[in-house]
Ligand binder design. Structure first.
Ligand SMILES: [Zn+2]
Length: 418
């Protein structure tokens, strides 16, 4: 019966269900369209969307963060949006968004403090509070309903099995270890359901009816900004649980590993000199080798290999994956407990990891087609965002629309300079 298990597994595109992680990944979806001649062709995000690039959507059209939070500390130019993530907190009666910005003057500002900034925003107006209360109530009702149905089903099953044993005392055809329908990992479909319901930050690609509904009058239209920020290409982002492929072989990486092994041998065996000559002939080799000697980078690329399209990793309270193990950012996460800067606006609290932007986003944001575009473009490996554990925003930051913004901490792991 093992063959039938294999057949079931192949439905899962060779992903190993056992190793589903708690990390939620973001992948690029349809492009954002805001200026089409035919307004019906526009695909504009709302605050409930997660997207990269384009213009930020503020929590209220008249409520924007401070000018300073949107300005590069190095060149004083306005920042461009990297990522806007809809990230509501379970059990909180407000909506919540994370905005990540960076300076487009990469020549002058890459590798410099204050050229990348992150803002956390909250809206807690009556409309939002009432809506979330209603959603919570609906979810509770649904859960009660499901419990009742499950109870009824259980009763029914008991009745059925009673009958079965009455009629046939000998063998139970559905029992035993050879049941082809038994899940190999003992999971049941309700587990999956409840996990999905626990993911408030998951936003699916809008369905046709949702898109069509945009033509109907909206309760709160999203007004265009008066002054637009510089921008990158905009794409919606959809999310899914991180899953690991059963087997990933990357011949390229294997090749580099072999080079490192050769280099290591040279240290001990003076009679073999050919590898040293190889790396002298090819300066790229020694650079790649030195990067791969960093086990954190190796872990980073190994993790990404399972889901190469990821532009975003979300794991509130979890751990980021480090692009290297050497820089100032890495040092903060390599101590136990991590040494993430505390929020100055809430000194008794601390910050925790929330999300990180992944290098695949650079390709989508820049849409680089020329080598020169790539060389002059963004040069970070990952951007790690940490937020206040208490999700506090000082009262004086809230405006008449009950919107408040605060700058949070982000650590940029820059690409090593050549
Ligand atoms: Zn700048």
């Amino acid at each position: 019966m093992s063959s039938s298990h294999d057949e079931y597994s192949s439905d899962e595109e060779s992903f190993d269900e056992k190793t589903k992680s708690q990390v939620i990944l973001g992948f690029v979806d349809a492009p954002i369209v805001t200026n089409s001649e035919d307004p019906e062709e526009n695909e504009e995000p709302t605050i409930e969307d997660t997207f990269i690039g384009g213009q930020p959507i503020w929590l209220h059209p008249d409520s924007k963060p401070s000018e300073k939070s949107l300005t590069c500390d190095v060149c004083q130019q306005k920042l461009a949006l990297y990522l806007q993530a809809f990230a509501p907190m379970q059990g909180k009666l407000y909506d919540r968004v994370i905005y990540l910005f960076g300076c487009k003057n990469t020549k002058t500002c890459s590798n410099k403090k204050g050229s990348v900034k992150v803002i956390r925003g909250i809206i807690r107006d009556k409309e939002t509070v009432d809506r979330i209360k209603q959603e919570n109530q609906d979810a509770l009702n649904k859960e009660m309903d499901a419990k009742l149905k499950l109870e009824k089903k259980k009763q029914l099953n008991e009745e059925l099995t009673k009958d079965l044993f009455k009629k046939k005392d000998t063998a139970n055809p559905f029992g035993g270890s050879s049941n082809p329908f038994a899940s190999p990992f003992g999971s049941n479909p309700f587990d999956k359901k409840s996990q999905e319901e626990k993911k408030p930050e998951e936003k699916k690609q809008p369905s046709y009816s949702e898109v069509a509904a945009k033509n109907a009058p909206k309760p709160k239209p999203v007004k265009k900004l008066d002054v637009e920020l510089p921008e990158y290409n905009g794409y919606f982002v959809y999310t899914d649980n991180e899953r690991f492929k059963k087997q990933v072989n990357d011949p390229e990486l294997d090749k580099y590993k072999h080079l490192i092994e050769n280099a290591d041998n040279d240290d001990f065996d003076d009679t073999v000199g050919s590898s040293t000559t190889d790396s002298a002939l090819n300066p790229q080799t020694s650079k790649i080798s030195s990067m791969l000697e960093d086990k954190y980078f190796e872990n980073f690329s190994n993790t990404v290999k399972h889901n190469p399209g990821q532009v975003l990793r979300y794991y509130l309270g979890g751990k980021p994956i480090l692009y290297n193990g050497k820089d100032e950012v890495a040092k903060k996460f390599l101590t136990n407990p991590p040494n993430i800067p505390r929020p100055a606006y809430n000194p008794s609290s601390e910050r925790q990891f929330e999300l990180q932007l992944m290098p695949k986003a650079i390709m989508d944001l820049e849409d680089a087609t020329e080598i020169s575009d790539i060389l002059n473009g963004m040069s970070w490996g990952t951007i790690i965002v940490c937020t206040d554990v208490e999700d506090y925003i000082p009262e004086e930051n809230f405006d008449e629309n009950q919107v408040g913004y605060i700058e949070e901490w982000c650590g940029v792991q820059w690409e090593e300079s050549v």
